[in-house]
Structures are given as structure tokens and as C-alpha cells.
Design a protein around this ligand. Structure first.
Ligand code: DC
Length: 212
């Protein structure tokens, strides 16, 4: 029997690191759905496609082929994983992920990818929309300051700690108030605030719930 673990939560809650390690430990596959939204964002940015360019967005969606290869997202056959965390992609991914057609395409693809295999997926709407019947659902969060600090320590951004915190608060607000699939905890998801927990402690907390 295959099963799904949905791991949702805001940016910087440690979802992707934790999901990757959990997948390894449990011997299941891992899909980082944020990377899929980022890959589509990169495609638009590379072509100068803007938020209000609806026709172009819809037409591009037919040309974008995303695939999961060795745990990484490939965009039209190319490994773009190293280019997805830039400030420019991060700044633009919110409007891309608020687009209805983008979401429909990616949600469909996520369901296809995880159809016949046990998967842990991390994202914002996995437990609410993509796999509402997932066997296990977790909602990870931490204070904005702690999340900004984690991003700061990853050294992927040119922003200061204060700027990162502001950007995180703004993105939380945008993601949780958008009309389509806003970021929110599924009613039946287990909430874990890991502000004062490290990666291993968070993993242990999740595994103890799965074992129960
Ligand atoms: O997890 P991340 O920071 O890489 O996600 C990037 C953006 O994509 C984030 O602003 C919200 C969006 N996202 C989404 O709307 N739905 C998902 N399932 C995953 C990410």
C-alpha cells in the first residue's frame, strides 16, 4: 500500500530539508512543490512574461514540461535546481503561484507524479487541495524572525536579516490571503511550531506521530 505525507507551512519553516531527510529515512519519494512554482517563475522571467500578460502565461503553460529526476525538478529537460532560489525568483513566485491556470497545471502534475508511489510532498496546499485524503498531514511553522534567520544562514540571498524578515512577513500575508488555495493549515493536520527545535528534533516529532 502506498501512502502520502503532506507537509505544509510557510517559507523558512524547514519543510524542504525535513521532507528530504524524512523521505530518505522512510524509504519513500520526495517532491518539493515550491520548486515547481519556482521553475515556472524562472521560465516566465527568462522570457520577460509579466503578471498581467495572461495570454502569454496561458500559452507558455503548454510549452513548460516539468519532471522529477533524481529528486530535482527539471524544466524542459534541464536541471534548473541551482537557479531557483535567487532573490528575483523568490520575489516573483508569489504572483506566479497565485495564478489559477498555473495552479491547476501544477496540482494536476503533482497528483500524477505521486499517483502510484509513496511520497512526501512539501508545499502550501498539499493537505488542503492536492491530497486532502493524505494519510499523514503536518503543518510546520516558526516565528518570522527564526525563519528569516534560517534563510539568512543559508546564504542564498543578498538581503539583510531585517529585510529577510520583512519579506517573509509580506510573503506569508500574500500566500495566506490569496483567493486560490491560500496557505492554511488543514483542519486535520498536526501543527508543529519548531521555532525552538532543530531539524532532528522536528523530524523526531513527525516520526513519533507517524509511528502512533
Ligand atoms: O516553498 P517555497 O518557498 O520554495 O515556495 C515558493 C512559493 O511557491 C511560495 O511563495 C508559495 C508557492 N507555493 C504554493 O503556492 N503552493 C505550493 N504547494 C508550494 C509553493
Amino acid at each position: 500500500m502506498t501512502y502520502i505525507i503532506a507537509l505544509d507551512g510557510p517559507s523558512g519553516s524547514g519543510k524542504s530539508t525535513i521532507a528530504e531527510k524524512l523521505a530518505e529515512k522512510l524509504g519513500i519519494e520526495y517532491l518539493n512543490t515550491g520548486s515547481m512554482y519556482r521553475a515556472v517563475t524562472k521560465y516566465f522571467l527568462d522570457r520577460g512574461i509579466k503578471e498581467d500578460n495572461i495570454e502569454n502565461i496561458n500559452k507558455s503553460l503548454e510549452d513548460i514540461k516539468l519532471s522529477l529526476v533524481g529528486g530535482e525538478i527539471f524544466l524542459n529537460g534541464v536541471d534548473v535546481s541551482k537557479e531557483l532560489r535567487s532573490d528575483n525568483v523568490t520575489k516573483n513566485v508569489s504572483w506566479v503561484s497565485a495564478n489559477k491556470n498555473v495552479r491547476e497545471n501544477l496540482v494536476h502534475l503533482q497528483r500524477e507524479i505521486a499517483k502510484n508511489t509513496s511520497f512526501i510532498l512539501d508545499g502550501r496546499d498539499i493537505g488542503t487541495v492536492v491530497f486532502p485524503n493524505a494519510k499523514y498531514k503536518f503543518y510546520l511553522t516558526a516565528s518570522p524572525r527564526v525563519r528569516a534567520m534560517r534563510r539568512f544562514e543559508q546564504n542564498e540571498s543578498n538581503l539583510s536579516l531585517d529585510e529577510l524578515e520583512k519579506a517573509i512577513i509580506a510573503r506569508d500575508e500574500y500566500d495566506s490571503t490569496r483567493k486560490i488555495s491560500p496557505l492554511r493549515k488543514a483542519d486535520d493536520a498536526i501543527l508543529i511550531d519548531n521555532s525552538e527545535m532543530n531539524i532532528q528534533e522536528t523530524i523526531d516529532a513527525i516520526i513519533s506521530k507517524v509511528d502512533e
